[in-house]
Design a protein around this ligand. Structure first.
Ligand SMILES: O=P(O)(O)OC[C@H]1O[C@H](OP(=O)(O)OP(=O)(O)O)[C@H](O)[C@@H]1O
Ligand code: HPA
Length: 169
């Protein structure tokens, strides 16, 4: 499989450190970080550790959402697993690898507000130039409109573990 490398490991680390520095003053130790599984794992792990380096130990939970399956188009949204703990009365920070159509982020935000979160902030590593109903509060990288892989992003379940972000097409 061939791909172009678009964002290096060092660039990812620098951008996440900048995001953590920017968002830290708005968060507290009571904030709950919510990782959107599966693709968000790598970004959520790095962002929460970057926040800890900036002196902030936020909570951590996950929601398992799936809408692409093994394809390259957004499809039916499936909530495979919900949060472990209640978020009622909490500030929440959603963390995900990519913002594309926005369907996943919107579903997660609406779900968390219905669950009683008082504020839902959103952070994504990459954002594609797509017209959509939702934008993220924090964006690590403005990506091109290409099919991305690596750093959590998969092609049919493969290539998530690449330490950089690449594009297949
Ligand atoms: O903005 P959208 O068009 O909704 O696309 C973004 C979502 O797509 C991917 O999830 P996917 O459904 O492929 O599941 P995954 O996390 O297992 O890769 C990715 O991890 C985001 O959550
Ligand atoms: O470009 C992408 N790559 C992998 N998964 C995705 N989910 C939405 N967009 C993408």
């Amino acid at each position: 499989m061939t791909y172009d490398i678009l964002l290096s490991e060092a660039d990812i680390a620098a951008r996440i450190d900048a995001m953590a520095r920017e968002m830290a003053p708005r968060l507290t130790e009571d904030t709950v970080g919510v990782c959107l599984l599966t693709g968000g794992i790598w970004f959520a792990a790095d962002l929460t550790r970057a926040l800890a380096r900036h002196g902030l130990g936020i909570g951590f939970d996950s929601m398992w959402l799936s809408s692409y399956g093994d394809g390259r188009q957004s499809g039916e949204m499936i909530l495979r697993a919900d949060l472990q703990r209640p978020v009622k009365g909490k500030q929440v920070l959603i963390m995900d690898d990519v913002l594309d159509t926005g369907a996943s982020l919107k579903f997660a935000r609406d779900h968390l507000l219905r669950a009683g979160a008082t504020e839902v902030l959103t952070a994504v590593m990459a954002s594609k130039p797509v017209t959509r109903q939702i934008e993220a509060d924090y964006v690590g990288w403005e990506a091109p409109k290409r099919y991305l892989v690596g750093y959590g992003l998969d092609d049919g379940g493969r290539l998530r573990g690449l330490p950089f972000i690449g594009a297949l097409d």
